[in-house]
Design a protein around this ligand. Sequence first.
Ligand code: PNS
Length: 183
Amino acid sequence: MAKRKKGENETVGKVAIYPGSFDPITYGHIDIVERTLEIFDKVIVAIAENEEKRPLFSVEERVQLVRAFFKDAPKVMVDSFKGLLVDYVAKTNAVVIVRGLRATSDFEYEFHMASMNRSLNTHVDTLFMMTSKDYFFVSSRTIKEVARLGGAVEGLVPDLVVRRLKEKFKLPVTKRKQLGWDD
Ligand code: PNS
C-alpha cells in the first residue's frame, strides 16, 4: 500500500488504530500494540470514552496510564474518542483497525463489531491478531475483579496500573479499623 503524505513533507506511513476501553491497559493489550508495530509504521491507541460501560478509570486516567507506559515509544500515539469508531477512524489517516482475539469466545462479538463497522464505512477493515499464549486469560474485567478482591495482578498489568488499582480498591479507613487492619 502506498505511503500517505501528511502536510507538506512529513511521510507518516501505514497507521493502524487499536481501539478499546483499556479499563485498565493490560500486558495483553501491550503485546498487541508491540506486535502491530512490526507490521505498521505507527499505532494509535484509541480509548473509547464509553461512559455507559461505567468504567473504573475515567477516560483521562486511562489515557494517562497508557501514555505513561508508552512514553518512550514515538510510534505509539494515545488518544480518546467519543461516538462511533468509524467516524474517529475517518478523521485519522489509519488504514486498518486492529483487535486482539484471545479465544473463540471473543470471535462472535468481534465478528459482529467488524461487520457493523464495515457496513457503516466500507473503507474500514479490521485485522485480528491472536493474543500471545501468556495473556490468553488476561482481560481488563478479570484484572479488576482480582484486584478488587485483593488478589495479585503483578506481571499482568504495568506496575503503575497495579498501584492505581490498589488506590481505587483501598478500603475506607473506618472499614480498615473494623477489620483491625490498622491496629
Ligand atoms: O475494549 P472493548 O470494550 O472490547 O472495546 C470496544 C470498543 C470500544 C472498540 C467498541 O465498543 C467501540 O468501537 N465503541 C465505539 C462505538 C461504536 O463505534 N460502536 C459500533 C461498533 S459495533
